[in-house]
Ligand binder design. Sequence first.
Ligand SMILES: [Zn+2]
Length: 213
Amino acid sequence: MVIIVLMNTNDIYSFVKYGDPCLDFINSKVWNTRVKPFADLFIDYEHIVNWFRHLGILSDEALEHQLELATKHPIETQAAVEKIIKLRDVNYRILTSLAHQEMPPVTDLEILNQYLDEAMEHRQVVLTPNGIHWVWVNKDVSLDWILWPITHATAELLTSERSLRIRECNGCYWMFTDTSRNGLRRWCDMKTCGNRAKAHRHYERAKSTKLEK
Ligand SMILES: [Zn+2]
């Protein structure tokens, strides 16, 4: 039996761009068809594991290992891709509901719980030179274990106060957590989407003043 001790979930928070690993996970796809160009970074298993490495969930070594495993098991790999994308769809529906102050679909919460059941089976504490840490232990060398830290992060976000701060950007429709003091941030990033909106408003105002003259 092979046992791989995976990195601590807390480590992945230092890599995230949108305030939470599960929001980065959702933002791997452009959901709103109005946004051009349409993009989905999860083209195939290789792209997916590369994305997870980028987030810090996978080391270079683990990535190589996953890809090797994928070549040997094409059918299981396809199933893993579908499972990963299914969780992303479920997370998207749950989190956009919260961002719009709506009730999340109960069926989606049930599916999330199935993923959580599977993930938590692999949670253990181990002794390291820096003390005792939570880790994920993969006993069966599966192709979809990369979902465990994401599933766990989703449950943590949903049950925390930060769930009240989940937003969908008014410009690019990406999800983010609003860390502003007043909680009224509408843009994922003031430098990009916020500025674009400001420039657009300025343009509209200039146009209407011109018309009035
Ligand atoms: Zn944006």
